[in-house]
Ligand binder design. Structure first.
Ligand code: 2M8
Ligand code: MG
Ligand code: MG
Length: 266
C-alpha cells in the first residue's frame, strides 16, 4: 500500500494549515513502512520546509504534477548525499509567464498572478506567514492566478494556453497555469517505479479535495475525497472506489485513512 496525498484542504486545514489531527495516522504509516507521497500545488521550496515539519522522507510531487522528486536515500545514496533526483513533467515558469503576459496584453485579460504580487498580497490571499509566502512565490513550473475577468474570457484564455501546450487547473484559492502535466501522471510514474523496486504493483490510496486532484484520484486504487467547507466535492467519473469524508481537512483525512488501514492491514 502507498498513500499519496494533496496538502492544502486535505492533509492541511484550508484556513489554518494545521495537520494536528493527522499526526497519529502519519506515525502509523511510518511504523508500518507505508510511503506517504505528498502531491501538491506547493513548490519544492515550500516542501523542503514542510517535509521537515511532517518528518516525511518519501518521494514528493510539486506544482500540480510538474516535477517528481526522489530523495537521495531512495537511490541508495545515503552514504554520499548527492541531493534529490528530479523528474520534470511540466513546463518552465519563465515560459508560462512570457506567454500569459503576452496574451494578457493582446486579449485584455484581467488577472493577477503571483509574479504580479508583492509578498504582502500573497500573505493576504493565502493566510500564509511571510516566510512561507516567500517560499510559495519561489515557483519553477507554474503560475497561480486570481482570475478577475468573466467566465467567457477564462474559457478563451484556457483555449489559447492549450494551443501553447499549457493547461489550467483549479486549486482551493487560485487557478494554476501549468505545462502538459497533472497529479495523476505522477501517480502512474511513481507506481511503475515502486512496482520495479517492490517486485509487485502496490495499491495506491489517494486523498484530495479539489478539481486539481481529480486526475490523481482517478488514477488511484482507492480515492478519498476530503470534504471542504469552501466548495463542493469534485466529480470522479472514472473511479469506482470512492470515499467522501464527513469531516473536513486533516480530520477527514485521518478518519478515512484509519478506516482503510484497519481494513487492509492484518
Ligand atoms: C496555492 O495552492 C493552493 C492549492 O489548492 C490553491 O490554489 O489554493 C499555491 O500557491 C501554493 O504554493 C500555496 O502554498 C497555497 C497556499 O494556500 O496556494
Ligand atoms: Mg487541495
Ligand atoms: Mg493542492
Amino acid at each position: 500500500l502507498i498513500v499519496m496525498t494533496d496538502l492544502d484542504g486535505t492533509l492541511l486545514d484550508h484556513d489554518t494549515y494545521s495537520f494536528a489531527p493527522a499526526v497519529p495516522v502519519m506515525e502509523r504509516l511510518r511504523a508500518t513502512g507505508i510511503p506517504l507521497i505528498l502531491n501538491t500545488s506547493k513548490t519544492a521550496a515550500e516542501l523542503a520546509s514542510l517535509r521537515t515539519t511532517l518528518q516525511n522522507t518519501d518521494p514528493y510531487v510539486v506544482e500540480n504534477g510538474s516535477a517528481i522528486y526522489l530523495p537521495a536515500e531512495q537511490k541508495g545514496q545515503t552514504a554520499h548525499k548527492t541531493g534529490d533526483q528530479v523528474h520534470i513533467l511540466g513546463a518552465r515558469r519563465s515560459e508560462i509567464l512570457s506567454f500569459i503576459q503576452k496574451i494578457r496584453v493582446e486579449e485584455k485579460f484581467q488577472f493577477t498572478g503571483f509574479a504580479d504580487m508583492e509578498v504582502s498580497e500573497v500573505i493576504a490571499y493565502t493566510g500564509l506567514s511571510e516566510s512561507d509566502s516567500e517560499l510559495a512565490m519561489t515557483r519553477e513550473f507554474s503560475e497561480p492566478l486570481i482570475w478577475q475577468d468573466s467566465a467567457h474570457q477564462l474559457r478563451k484564455f484556457e483555449a489559447l494556453i492549450a494551443n501553447h501546450g499549457l493547461r489550467l487547473l483549479k486549486g482551493g484559492r487560485f487557478v494554476h497555469v501549468i505545462g502538459a502535466c497533472d497529479k495523476g501522471k505522477c501517480l502512474h510514474w511513481l507506481r511503475e517505479r515502486f512496482t520495479d523496486s517492490y517486485g509487485a504493483q502496490p495499491a495506491f490510496v489517494a486523498l484530495g479535495d479539489s478539481q486539481n486532484d481529480v486526475a490523481m484520484l482517478n488514477a488511484a486504487d482507492i480515492a478519498v475525497i476530503v470534504r471542504s467547507s469552501h466548495h463542493e466535492p469534485p466529480d470522479l467519473e472514472k473511479q469506482s472506489s470512492v470515499i467522501i469524508t464527513e469531516e473536513t481537512g486533516p480530520q477527514g483525512w485521518a478518519n478515512a485513512l484509519t478506516q482503510i488501514l484497519d481494513e487492509t492491514l492484518i
